[in-house]
Design a protein around this ligand. Sequence first.
Ligand code: SF4
Ligand code: ZN
Length: 480
Amino acid sequence: MSFEGFPVEVSPIYEGQRIRKEDMYVEFGGPSVDRKFELVLAASMEEVEDGAVKIIGPDLTELKEGGSYPLGILIRVAGAKVEKDLEPVIERRIHMYTNYVEGMMHLNQRYDIWIRISKKSFKKGLTSLKWWGLALIRLFKAEMPFIEKMEVNFITDPEKVKEWYQKALQIYEARDARARTIRDEDVDMFYGCVLCQSFAPQHVCVISPNRVSLCGAMNWFDARAAASVDPKGPNFPIPKGKCLDPIKGEYEGVNEVVAKRSMGAVKRVFLYSMFQYPHTSCGCFECIAFYIPEVDGVGFVHRGFRGPTVNGLPFSTMAAQTGGGIQTEGFLGVGIEYFRSPKFFQADGGWARVVWMPSELKERVKDAIPPELYDKIATEKDAKTIDELKKFLMEKGHPLGIKLKEMEAAVAPPPEKPVEAVPAVPTAVPSVAGIEVTGIPVSAVPTAGGGMKIILKGAKITVKKLIVKKVEASKKVEKK
Ligand code: SF4
Ligand code: ZN
């Protein structure tokens, strides 16, 4: 494909480029900007001005260098085969194709986009958003030939972004709501996506009716439409095959296809669990689920939450641990719509296992939280540390708080009497790779099964006196 006349190169070799703050000319969206979105709408042939790039508001040269600005990307597409189901599929590719432009970085999706343009590329002549739009039109038309007409609108006028932002949110919600009408049991086919393999080579998204993609931008209907219209593209059908475990969500067909598409790196996947064989996470997850061993519960944090979470780590630190396309027990990237799934962490206890989430996220998924648990799930306002969390859960009577209380009563040593030995109780709780319980030489973790797990991490055991006694055989017999 030729990009002759363009001031910068446009090629897949630039995918994965990162632009640091000091190297950026300007940025759009991102954590410091409240309103931003990208939206693709299917339109009639008459409604689309093919090849047009419109800039509604100031262009790059009119913006102050180093600034962060609101942005709406509104793309209209038309064609005989273009249907509504394809809107999210096309929308998801904005990420990939923008990253082809030399000196441009695009992160995330939907209402959460973050774009940077480098100083270097601005100096080379990328001084108008027009170039970005033209590159998108060329790439989309070449890669998705069913798009017959396309126009790109960049909205930079803050008032207009505000107006469209609300409309975009409603459209995302309507797409998600539609997918809530079917269940995994109702279909024979799931769908896969490997779009993110460009930076997470082993990552395969498995999209089922009850498990939206972790980027949140692709539900089962969308993936199905993409696989049918572009069979050579990154979306493909996954015949679900025999169900090996309905609770964990393990399917023979899923295992086979994921093994093939991950080049053998991932052999088993549990769709409804974050333990043992969790789904892989690339990097664009809307939320991270993280195991909290001290209370045997699960916490969540969404991308927009800036502070440290209850385990002391912010989203960014956990994202590095979670992403990359590997299976990480105890850390899982999920889409926000998954909170509304009837299979939500089904194998791990579902909502009864959830102990902490930022208040903003809790508000967003309020409708999905069982009413009896709503007040029992802590936010940053209730608990900033694990100790505060334990206290909160016990006070509020959270199912795990009740267990904690029972456990504390069971392991509390009688006063004045030294603890002689702590019995090791084998339990069914999964081991959690990568989680360190530091500063607590001995920590007892209650398990879902009612037992407990004793973790001795980095502890030194000193024995003051060792008495070796010969047990006489006759006595042993006597005892029996
Ligand atoms: Fe596709 Fe998954 Fe990446 Fe979303 S996160 S673009 S569904 S691979
Ligand atoms: Zn991704």
